[in-house]
Design a protein around this ligand. Sequence first.
Ligand SMILES: Nc1ncnc2c1ncn2[C@@H]1O[C@H](COP(=O)(O)OP(=O)(O)O)[C@@H](O)[C@H]1O
Ligand SMILES: [Mg+2]
Length: 444
Amino acid sequence: MDDQALNSLREALKFSPDNLPLKLHLAEMLIKANRLAEAEKEFAELMQLSPAPRYRTGLASVFYHQGEYSKCNVILEEMVAAGQADFEALVLHAKALLKEGALQPATRAYQQALELRPGFRDEELDQQLRVPHPSAPLPPTSDEDEEAEGQAPGRVFMQIPSLGFADVGGMASVKKEIELKIIKPLLHPELYKAYGKKIGGGILLYGPPGCGKTYLAKATAGQVKATFINIRLNDILDMWIGNSEKNLHQVFELARQNTPCVLFIDEIDALGASRSDMKQSAGRHLINQFLQELDGIDSSNEGILVLGATNTPWHLDPAFRRPGRFDRIVFVPPPDEAAREAILHLKLKQKPTEGIDAKSLAKKLEHYSGADLEALVDIAIEAKLEAAFLDGVPKPLTTNDLLAAAKKHRPTTQEWFATAKNFALFANEAGLYDDILTYLKIKK
Ligand SMILES: Nc1ncnc2c1ncn2[C@@H]1O[C@H](COP(=O)(O)OP(=O)(O)O)[C@@H](O)[C@H]1O
Ligand SMILES: [Mg+2]
């Protein structure tokens, strides 16, 4: 809705200031137009005029859009306590709690919402909380179909992924590193103890986007039958001083309550000491808290495998790389030919295809990331759909369709290497980024 339409709504309201539905409509349109301060004012006035829960949810939703998740949650919590939280309020509550890193309360709110409306699904919430809705298992999605099968309806979240190393194409050296550093100690703790070797510490995965860091972390959890907890550091950071620390602690506690567990922390660079907002004392405080949690100072981290990921390891505070912390930093390169072939097979598994030569495709699609390959399949399918609408005959995907798609979608990994190369060449302290140079064939 454009400004003019909003203004005429306002005009109309001048003539009938008590028309609450009209005022509500205006307030909702203001949110859509991202005019949040004005929306806040309308909702506040509505609440003065009537105690209807809808107006309070509206105000909470304004706060949510402003990134003021605490305020949003305070309103919604009151509504829950008063038994006034309807479906919309519960979904919003789940989302706002999630933003604060309060995974368990978020899960509860989402479950309550699903009880009210069993057919409902929210992609973001499903992904973060992994809540299959109570009445039916999740429909299979491309890379999680096996997981959906084994799911008892209504079973709770954070489940053990059924994905294992066999599902990850290529990456032999990365897998080996994880095997040695994470899997073996978990399976044979007594051996490590006998040699007086301390177990613990995490691995930091870095590399261009879309090349399987998240996917590999999930497969690691599946490989050792551990619970998988996946969080993005940016979701934990909160504008309220002190809240980020609380959120962070809650996540580690959740992991401690669900061992064995792979705690995967994405976007670790959000805690980079070189970031200007982290230089202030509040940021410093958060980094220290993170290190404490990682070190397991106040509580044991036994049975927790910490994997971190970042696209920009050079922004990370060096304190993270001390022994017992992220003392291995592992490069996750773009998929090699074998991996590309495996990924293509994976992405085409449940699609109608005919005589696809994944091998020759993999050979031609150098520099394409896993996410890029996924995009190619999408583009090719869209083209097929269009053709099917024209002549009414649905035809299967072929090798040529994918090659045609490759003309429309160039690989995205090269850009990352342009930056990474500079760090590897000029800020390669202790050979940290040698793998990048080797990959670029600059160094053997
Ligand atoms: N080696 C691989 N084997 C199988 N699938 C892969 C591989 N690398 C990437 N993929 C696919 O590409 C998608 C994007 O990978 P993702 O793990 O999200 O990348 P990142 O976390 O590095 O940005 C994944 O969902 C996965 O399906
Ligand atoms: Mg990722």
